[in-house]
Design a protein around this ligand. Sequence first.
Ligand code: PLP
Length: 388
Amino acid sequence: MDVKARDAEYIASTYKRFPVELVGGQGAELIDDTGKKYIDLGSGIAVNVFGVNDEEWKNAVIAQLNRISHASNLYYTAPQTELAEILCTRTGMKRVFFGNSGAEANECAIKVARKYASDKYGEMSRPMIVTLENSFHGRTITTLAATGQDVFHHSFGPFTAGFMHVPANDLTAMQEALEYHPVCGVMLEMVQGEGGVNPLDKEYVQAVAKLCDERDVILIVDEVQTGNGRTGTLFAYEQFGIQPDVVSTAKGIGGGLPLGACLMGEKVQDTLTPSSHGSTFGGNPVATAGAVNILSRIDDKFLAEVQRKSEKFVKGLTSIKGVKSVAGMGLMLGVETEKPAGEIVNECMKRGVLLLTAKTKVRLLPPLVITDEQIEQALSVIKEVIEA
Ligand SMILES: *Cc1c(COP(=O)(O)O)cnc(C)c1O
């Protein structure tokens, strides 16, 4: 049986896959089973920050594999402490809890907000978390409840109680939510990724941060997709001039291995206590050794390059006839087109460029190491397809 038939027979049908089997590659170039090459503008959904087959990351991972590949969190292992130190030093956050995915990082963030309020104001006195309409926070029953899209609120009920959703960039709606409901936390994506690559207004984010501060509400920023250099700073919130109480991240942090992190600031640094939370795999030494390598290379020079490449993409994309708008930050871009996005993605795939969609937009999440030549080649294919 070939891979497609075996997949159809044995894999849960949760994914609408493209008819491509990927077998290898280097950096932003991917190769399928027929030897056809593609320029990757998806990074495995913002995961492969340094592309695939990255030599330095592989060396870090292999070196750790040759020492110890897993230990329970009942024992110390060095890589997770190194990674936590890097994350805290570079963000001003105080402590890190490691899990294995974005959903788990958000679960932790939600638990932190609720426990902070429980400890301080009494059990269940402030259970509510406010998130934004059109947000995406994960696939567990709780993070689905957190997700502000009705399409995710069917078939799996009852969902976790205690979530409400308000329109993005509507300060009055947020103010009212905080005024009239027992809220312990607000959770925001700085750029809604799955929701269509929509950056929040800076003034709105700053005003929400101020409201949270005044009311002792925990501000959680979901940087699962926007984090780890994706938007041109280590985390996107830096560009909004705020300091969140909690930051969740995953996707790009592991450089390709499953890893999620929940970063806790000063206010909540002592909220999680022994046995209040845990994970068997969380902070796995191999994944965190890889992440130490990834984060140590996302320095100011590298981030400036992300910004420069972003400008190159935006300039190229906006000059295409049939492109209505380009939104996003850094190398997280959403393109609104006259033609249906799905059609453009399929045509580009045939011509060797792998793209994503987000709602009605074409979405670009290239590896941050994509070369100028690859950007130019990809842009010329996208232009050809959109203008055809
Ligand atoms: C992808 C994503 C998640 C979920 O991450 P998983 O690793 O798939 O659980 C949560 N929040 C945002 C903003 C995401 O983009």
